[in-house]
Design a binder for this molecule. Sequence first.
Ligand code: GDP
Ligand code: MG
Length: 441
Amino acid sequence: TLSDRLTSVLQNLRGKGKLSDADIDATAREIRIALLEADVALPVVREFIKHVKERAKGAEVSEALNPAQQVIKIVNEELVGILGGETRRVNLAKNPPTVIMLAGLQGSGKTTLAGKLATWLKQQGHAPMLVACDLQRPNAVTQLQVVGERAGVTTFAPQPGNGVGDPVDVAKRSIEEARHAQHDVVVVDTAGRLGVDEELMQQAADIRDAVQPDETLFVVDAMIGQDAVTTAEAFRDGVGFTGVVLTKLDGDARGGAALSVRQVTGEPILFASNGEKLEDFDVFHPDRMASRILGMGDMLTLIEQAEQAFDQEKAEQAASKLGTGDMTLEDFLEQMQAVRKMGPIGNLLGMLPGAGQMKDQLSQVDDSQIDRLQAIIRGMTPAERENPKIINASRRQRIANGSGVAVREVNDLVNRFYEARKMMQQMAGRFGFGGGGGSAT
Ligand code: GDP
Ligand code: MG
């Protein structure tokens, strides 16, 4: 698996301070082999490796993570990205019923999926109806009816003896019936062939035109690996689809099909099936799939924890310093950057009791201002940053020139810094953090 391959290369990276080009190339080679072994289509592998390499080369050396962890983090993020990033929700029609049409090869798992979808939709508070438009196989209608019964939903099927033998007709009538019986979602099961063929595509396209689906889901067996790409392309061109459902993931641990289909068609994966039972089904989560492909769930958790611990440690260091009144401009800058990283400044300060006045002050600070402050502080000598008292008029002029701002802005910054320091000391006194501080002035 990818995880086995990576582990061996990454062992060599441990302890090194920075990722060298040779390290990155070696890692990329292993990722490439692992993806090809997972039956990911070659163009997809190439594209993926390219991205990972670019990012790894440009990556800042992280203080929180070792090089091996850094590579894993990048690979994981790229995987999540290729798999679609966020979970995509089902499009619901403004005027019910919402029509969901299933398309895919015979045996891909459409009929089984219809039952799973019905179950899931019911759980979401919908009143779904299944529609049997596979009139090709002798017992396809019965199979759907059985599935529907198990899921506890109505199945719309052509009545024997009334001469309905046309799937397009059935599809059309089902929509009327759904309106009538107040079903707000209709799931249309269609026929498949063992291989892609013209007649199949035409029939699916005709059903599509008749019911105008809000979602056309391309159902694909994950076990067919990179063949999924050609099939997906054929269905994209022949019928068109708005989303993908991966089935039989229980039989394919590697997830090659998921990567390929998503990357090649650009359509999101909405659901995943991983067994024959109705409950073997879930909304597709790109991050979970990525960690499964990578096979490093534990490692990813560790990375997250390491990063969080590192941020926290820095924040604590800064806070204890601030309380003692030893705050330097360097700390000031770091603190603002930390706050910016943590999210909207207002929210954060809102959580501190009595931080009202500080909140007002800081809420006026936006990102571009923080960048400017950073530029100014970078323009100071280390001595000036440590001890802002020495920043006299001529130093202010020099700093302003060096960082391309007006002297007024340097003055503002220095004043703001003194105010912030005073406020921190007061707060330290009030809340008792920052040992030994509390000398409220
Ligand atoms: P259809 O021809 O596209 O309608 O496919 P079916 O729904 O009839 O499924 C074909 C076969 O695959 C059946 O035996 C199903 O039980 C099986 N199947 C469907 N989905 C899954 C799945 O997620 N995992 C496993 N292991 N089998 C599945
Ligand atoms: Mg079927």
